[in-house]
Design a protein around this ligand. Structure first.
Ligand code: GDP
Length: 357
């Protein structure tokens, strides 16, 4: 019986070990249960992602028109020195972009004299100087569309230009913008020589929900516009947007017709406050020579340059403004109703010169 305490100790030890085992097992089970039963961590416990929103990419509206310039200017900037090649590159770029020979020559001789005087010493400075000079050519012109509440009402805006340049489409877009501006607009379908022109304008009038006055096909355009102006005055409309013919039997007839349209439009009510010449940017220098003829026939107050979304010849803007002395007031950037923007020369220059915009 001497072993009795030892046996007792052994028994106590066994009980303790057993007890510990049970406790551990229970804890494990409990742990398992918690893991299974716990609901998925609610997402609100996670701090919401607070990453900075990515800055909005600056919109480039003139990508196509700027195409010829941006790559070439970046190439010139990358050069180490101003060499004969630099001048050749710049000249080729300006001509390819349809800036025109006269304007290109005068721009380059301006910067060349600054290089000669050591005011400009490297290729990057040369591109900067060109940018300043090109910007200066555009910035001086007033570009607001003229609406004058003090003249004999309504205001009449005549749209002139050859067939296919985008006159009808532009009138639709301008009607939409002016109506949104609070003006009471009426359309005059003065292109009675092109069969589809009246139909097309009618569709725009329905889309924008403005009244339209049409005449008979082949009828006298001046008479249609006169009637439209009377109708606008009677209805209290303050703005008539008048389409005109883009082609007659010959150029002389067309120009005489336009002179007559203008005279007759103002005969009774109404005042012509804008004559907007519509030019298709994709026609380049050709558009420019058309423009010269129109400016001889009527007092053109502004240019609408259409299809700039499809033309790489963005230099035409400089040719128009410097050679014709007429401000580009509106720019067409597509075929839909909202694709007409007021021309902003600063934005334009920025896009032409900065490939990183
Ligand atoms: P109009 O004969 O001078 O009246 O010319 P239209 O208004 O009928 O336009 C001729 C074509 O040019 C149509 O297919 C128009 O959708 C299209 N157009 C007009 N303006 C623009 C523009 O800014 N961009 C593009 N891409 N197409 C245009």
């Amino acid at each position: 019986m001497d072993n009795a305490p030892l046996v007792l100790l052994l028994l106590v030890g066994l009980v303790v070990v057993f007890g510990l085992g049970v406790v551990v097992l229970n804890r494990r089970k409990a742990g398992d249960r918690v893991a299974v039963e716990s609901p998925p961590a609610p997402s609100i416990e996670k701090p919401p992602s607070v990453a900075e929103p990515a800055p909005l990419a600056p919109t480039r509206r003139f990508t196509k028109a700027a195409g010829i310039f941006t790559g070439a200017f970046a190439g010139v900037r990358a050069r180490e020195k101003i060499t004969a090649d630099t001048w050749d590159d710049l000249e080729e770029t300006l001509l390819r972009a349809d800036v025109g020979l006269t304007v290109t020559t005068s721009l380059l001789s301006g910067v060349r004299s600054r290089v000669d005087k050591k005011e400009v010493v490297d290729p990057s400075g040369l591109v900067d100087a060109l940018q300043t000079d090109m910007a200066a050519q555009l910035s001086a012109n007033a570009r607001e569309l003229i609406f004058d509440a003090s003249v004999k009402q309504p205001n009449i805006w005549l749209f002139v230009g050859v067939n296919g340049v985008g006159k009808t489409t532009t009138i639709g877009k301008v009607a939409f913008a002016q109506k949104a501006n609070g003006r009471n607009v009426l359309l005059a379908a003065g292109d009675t020589f092109r069969a589809a022109a009246g139909e097309q304008l009618q569709t725009w009038a329905a889309r924008v929900e403005v009244p339209i006055v049409r005449g008979n096909e082949g009828g006298d355009p001046s008479a249609v516009i006169f009637d439209a102006v009377q109708s606008a005055a009677a209805r209290g409309c303050d703005l008539v947007l008048a389409d005109t013919a883009g082609r007659l039997q010959n150029k002389t007839n067309l120009m005489e017709e336009l002179k007559k349209v203008r005279r007759v439009a103002e005969k009774d009510a109404g005042t012509v406050t804008e004559v907007l010449l519509v030019i298709d940017a994709t026609t380049g220098q050709n558009g420019l020579s058309q423009a010269a003829q129109f400016t001889e026939a009527t007092n053109v107050t502004g240019v609408v340059l259409t299809k700039l979304d499809g033309s790489a010849k963005g230099g035409i803007v400089f040719a128009i403004e410097t050679q014709l002395g007429i401000p580009v007031k509106l720019v067409g950037l597509g075929e839909t109703i909202a694709d007409l923007v007021v021309f902003d020369p600063e934005e334009y220059i920025r896009e032409l010169f900065d490939s990183e915009v």
